[in-house]
Design a protein around this ligand. Sequence first.
Ligand SMILES: C[S@@+](CC[C@H](N)C(=O)[O-])C[C@H]1O[C@@H](n2cnc3c(N)ncnc32)[C@H](O)[C@@H]1O
Length: 242
Amino acid sequence: MNRSATLSRSVRLFRAFLHEQDDPEGFYSVLAADSVAQLARWADLQGATVLDVGGGAGYFADAFRGAGSTYIGLEPDAGEMTARGEPEPGTLRGSGEELPIRSGVLDVCYSSNVLEHVRRPWAMADEMVRVTKPGGIVYLSFTPWLSPWGGHETAPWHYLGGHRARRRYRRRTGAEPKNKFGESLFATSAGAAARWARNCPDADLLAVLPRYHPWWAAWVARVPGLREFASWNFVLVLRRKA
Ligand SMILES: C[S@@+](CC[C@H](N)C(=O)[O-])C[C@H]1O[C@@H](n2cnc3c(N)ncnc32)[C@H](O)[C@@H]1O
């Protein structure tokens, strides 16, 4: 049980989230520091090589480097990669569904808020296991479709259907949402993620948890049905088998 995941930490993360649009640097520095602290429960980050799949503009790079890791970002979208200017040194252009990396070379394969944007999420998850060393850690976090934020900027209308929510957004704003249901946003469930992890032949499942919740609410990630709505952001942690 990780008792450093307190209620005040959850409140801090939520407050930062409210400023994602007007202060992305502030939001991401809070989130990145929190992610590194969370991951340090399973992985020794000092001297570790970390791949951040779908790392966007590399908002997590400084936090991983600060923990003593070698950070490698991977991002398919040139616009995302350069959203803060020059990409982080060593950033790879590619898709998580087909990682341009040899098998079994990374200490940590990390992905934050990407799986729900991928057409073949379990192909990406398999790839993350493939490139991780025996004994290394795979950390996957994503927003389940039925989470209050599942529809992203079209929420909460996604509860009436993804296509409908997208059409409504277009009607209201005159523009497409950034996250387009059926193209760059998919209905990925916590249940499917847990099934994938349990059946993964090459890794042991170490933990499922709601990423931002305090420790005493961690149980919600283990309850089928409830976890789709109440985990908000669902995390899987796996260890690559020898
Ligand atoms: C919501 S952003 C998350 C960025 C960052 N990881 C974070 O936690 O804030 C989703 C990212 O996933 C990337 N992405 C979409 N499809 C992908 C794929 N097939 N493989 C890897 N990344 C992908 C997007 O380009 C985008 O940068």
